[in-house]
Write a protein that binds this ligand. Structure first.
Ligand SMILES: *Cc1c(COP(=O)(O)O)cnc(C)c1O
Length: 324
């Protein structure tokens, strides 16, 4: 179902989005001594999967237009050790993939799309996840569809699909049972989770439509509020608005992001800050400065975006923000 959904030849289910990323990297032969370019502004699993292989994640800043990996900053981070780029379609908005694919092609790098937050999003009319060499998705409880925990790797390449399948299942040979030519893992999805996933896939279009309905309602209510910047939607993009996220300019809004989160919390409205950039995380901090990611992370918050939200829930959130 996911192969059909993404328009790819293969889809291999895994135990999580993180293990899907790990297997995608291993299938490309990435390991010690290699470098992989990742955005700094993402969930930490994107970079951790690189670290698990022994390779080093190299952090690149975001672009203002999409909040995603800035294609103009990639080349300066490429070294002879660079093997791959992982564009992340953050908060449901696709990355500007064409220039990323062009650079990857020119330097002979692989591209793994981390589509964990963007199932169903379109880049120039094409579904994300199915565009790079491999794409990965997460089916964690807060993602577009869920199997509790779960994930999947999609690809058009039979060689990579076969490697992912073998590495997922203890590295066991597809020819000879209990014979293990490579060091593998148990990263399989259980059949119980898969059954949940099938039922979720039957309603995925409705789930995505609900995310877009919520986004439209927030946009209508918040578009003329001084100091609030709405989430990106580039004219070549079709976002699924996984989490509807806004930026707060503390001067113009006359309140900063953290204070707004407290005010909303006091009215029983739960929000989330944008991810802290990975180059500032304790396990990765080497004193780098990536100003756009840092600014977005400082100013951004995600509003309640559950598909069960009623119009009046959304209106109450909008009024609480405006009335702060
Ligand atoms: C959720 C997420 C992951 C990890 O998925 P899990 O299923 O939680 O392992 C990876 N990358 C991004 C961008 C995510 O949002």
């Amino acid at each position: 179902m996911m192969a059909d959904f993404c328009g790819t030849r293969y889809a291999i289910a895994t135990s999580s989005g993180t293990t899907a990323l790990h297997l995608a990297l291993l299938s490309l032969g990435i390991g010690c001594g290699d470098e992989v370019i990742v955005p700094s502004l993402t969930f930490i699993a994107t970079a951790n999967a690189v670290s698990y292989t022994g390779a080093r994640p190299v952090f690149v800043d975001s672009e203002t237009e999409t909040w995603n990996l800035d294609p103009d900053l990639i080349e300066q981070s490429i070294t002879p050790q660079t093997k791959a780029i992982i564009p992340v379609h953050l908060y449901g908005h696709p990355c500007n993939l064409d220039p990323i694919l062009e650079i990857a092609n020119r330097y002979n790098l692989s591209v793994i799309e981390d589509a964990a937050e963007a199932q169903g999003a379109l880049y120039k009319g094409k579904i994300v996840g199915g565009i790079g060499d491999l794409g990965t998705f997460s089916f964690y409880g807060n993602k577009i569809i869920t199997t509790g925990e779960g994930g999947i790797v999609v690809t058009n390449r039979s060689d990579l699909a076969e490697k992912v399948r073998i590495l997922r299942d203890h590295g066991m040979s597809s020819q000879k049972r209990y014979w293990h030519p490579v060091l593998g893992y148990n990263y399989r999805m259980t059949n119980i989770q898969a059954a949940l996933g099938v039922a979720q896939m039957e309603r995925v279009d409705g789930i995505i439509a609900a995310k877009k309905r919520i986004a439209q309602a927030y946009t209508t209510g918040l578009q003329n509020v001084a100091g609030i910047q709405l989430p990106p939607e580039a004219d070549w993009a079709n976002s699924v608005f996984w989490l509807y996220s806004i930026l707060i300019d503390d001067q113009a809004f006359e309140m900063d992001r953290d204070r707004l989160m407290e005010v909303l919390k006091s009215k029983n409205i739960e929000t989330r800050p944008l991810f802290p950039p990975l180059h500032l995380q304790p396990i990765y901090n080497q004193g780098e400065v990536l100003p756009i990611a840092e600014k977005l992370s400082k100013q951004g918050l995600s509003l309640p975006s559950a598909i069960s939200m009623s119009n009046s829930d959304i209106q109450r959130t909008i009024e609480a923000i405006i009335g702060k």
